[in-house]
Design a binder for this molecule. Structure first.
Ligand code: G3I
Length: 369
């Protein structure tokens, strides 16, 4: 499947979806069987979510929801070094293979996350590396992993989260183990290795903390990001897209405005597509009442998507999980009151929440790509 293909509607389920739509016509909109993949595909957009292989394997109802909703599956953890590489000379592809198989079965593509990151590194990897060790590790890993999935993983976050302004460098680059060993060139090297391993895959750099116009460090981070991307483009590095993660905050209003639009336009001017790859809303600081919380979360999803989908370079929207039944927010950002978190479009009973309706509305009103 070429990344240039128009996202396919969920073929086998179209008739069923039509039947369901007719059957549900008498029910309130919130109960309707939304298909986010179909609504997105109608506008030439890809919609998908991050998934874990064990959830797809063990939970048939959840797997069915993923099948109905997702035209893209992103392995949430299965392609990270700590999952893939139990020992220096051993790869374990079982989890990633299962997701790739599931994607094929449901007519979805796979977005690969991620080839190079400073986190989720295996315990056997030394904390500091020499330049030649780092280069050999990157070359071996990228050729093995991107090479194995050549033609089956449509797109990659090649380098994840390379910017960290708090590390104090004028260029804003993060002092990751890869950076410490190889300097800024590890980014271009990684992109070139990925292109060589799979010339058809579309390649991105991904980062977070770029979404809000009213958070000064995010505004500064946009500038560092653009400078890095412009440098890579000037160098002729193989880079097709920028992936804005989209981890949205629950403790402030949805300040997505001219600054974010301008950032996206600047990315487009560099010749890049823009992918939203990890969309969710942090509801940890929100009121306990689930109805109020769901409404606030939905408002944030809607405001963000209305802003970003106005930019034609945005071609893919992935949520970081699909249902509140499985979300890393539950252990990364638990609520102080111990209420379950509700950051995703579908609730823990797999029912669409107002957030799903907000996504649906944003796709319906988006311009066709
Ligand atoms: O798989 C092991 C399991 O075998 C073990 O029993 C269990 C015990 O703690 O740990 C499991 O691994 C955990 C894994 O999530 C799966 O649940 C890791 O400890 C835990 O660190 C890991 O957290 C992930 C985190 O990245 C670090 O890799 C989250 O699920 C994942 O959602 C999060 O995703 C990141 C993106 O990759 C990059 N952007 C930010 C995002 C977090 O919001």
């Amino acid at each position: 499947m070429s990344i240039h293909d128009r996202p396919a509607r969920n073929g086998p389920s179209r008739r069923r979806a039509l039947g369901a739509a007719l059957a549900l016509a008498a029910f309130p909109a919130a109960a309707a069987d939304v298909s986010l993949r179909r609504l997105a595909a109608d506008k030439g957009l890809w919609f998908g979510a991050a998934v874990e292989p064990q959830h797809l394997r063990q939970d048939a109802a959840y797997a069915e929801l993923v099948r109905r909703q997702c035209a893209v599956l992103t392995p949430e953890n299965a392609l990270k070094w700590d999952h893939l590489r139990p020992a220096p000379d051993k790869f374990d592809f079982q989890g990633a293979d299962a997701i790739v198989r599931q994607a094929r079965a449901q007519g979805a593509r796979v977005h690969g996350h991620c080839l190079v990151w400073h986190e989720a590194l295996p315990r056997w990897m030394p904390p500091t590396l020499t330049a030649s060790e780092a280069e050999a590790l990157l070359a071996g890993h990228i050729s093995q992993v991107a090479g194995r999935y050549a033609g089956r993983i449509a797109s990659w976050d090649v380098v994840n989260e390379p910017i960290e302004r708090a590390h104090g460098r004028p260029d804003g680059l993060r002092r990751s183990p890869w950076f410490e060993a190889l300097g800024p060139d590890f980014i271009e090297l990684s992109l070139r290795l990925a292109r060589r391993a799979d010339p058809r895959a579309r390649l991105a750099i991904a980062d977070y903390g770029l979404e809000y116009d009213d958070v000064p460090w995010m505004v500064e981070k946009r500038a560092s990001t653009l400078a890095l991307l412009a440098h890579l483009k000037r160098r002729g590095a193989p880079l097709d897209a920028f992936a804005i993660q989209g981890h949205l905050l629950g403790d402030r209003g949805p300040a997505f405005g001219a600054g974010l639009r301008g950032f996206l336009r600047d990315l487009a001017r560099l010749g890049l597509e823009v992918w939203v790859t990890e969309l969710d809303v942090l509801d940890t600081p929100m009121p306990a009442d689930p109805v109020t919380r769901d409404a606030q979360v939905a408002e944030i999803y809607g405001a963000f998507l209305r802003t970003v989908l106005a930019e034609p370079a945005v071609r893919m929207v992935n949520t970081w999980g699909l249902s509140d039944r499985y979300t890393s927010k539950s252990f990364l950002h638990p609520r102080p009151d111990r209420q379950p978190v509700r950051p995703l479009p579908f609730d823990a009973e797999l029912q669409p929440k107002p957030a799903a309706q907000a996504l649906a509305a944003a796709f319906r009103s988006a311009r066709r790509r």
